[in-house]
Design a protein around this ligand. Sequence first.
Ligand SMILES: [Zn+2]
Length: 191
Amino acid sequence: MTATAVASEARATATTRILQEAREVELAVQLIHLGARLQVLQSETSLPYERLLKLYKEVTGRSPSKGQLPFSTDYFLQWQPNIHASLFENIRQSLLKNAALEDIEAVMRAWRLYEEQMRLCGIEPLLSFTRAWRLAKFCDAKMLMRARCTHCGAHFVADPYINLRHYVCGLCKPPARAGKGRASGGLRADD
Ligand SMILES: [Zn+2]
């Protein structure tokens, strides 16, 4: 290879790297706007921690909250969170089925649609973006799955070890105290 060819290849590599980095910064900023925590940014981009921290502060004007992501799969199986989780996951699965999307794009789009749907219904969106992202990871890792309710036929997020033949969703069979003593804006069993 001639010296000129080597130099031009090096330039091309540098350009590719800069473009790739620009795309990652753009993605990080979008995620921060959606309310993603720093761990999400670290997982979805290859930008260095210091860079992400700086971006986070620039976009939000504050420092990110510290600590690990507190959620386990159990959270998504509780009555009210499960209904929200199921709405989100159903949207995400239908997006993945109908459009060629990167995983993270599908999570972002599904979450925006979920949030918009909740606002239109006057319901507080219980599922933060970070929670939704976590849920998507759990589902992709088969630590959670979608089960079809034997009563209403709709799909709900469920434990992968349940007996599908007898599965009844939280809306068809709400727990005794569901919807009681909740502030307005929450889901109610009798809605
Ligand atoms: Zn049902």
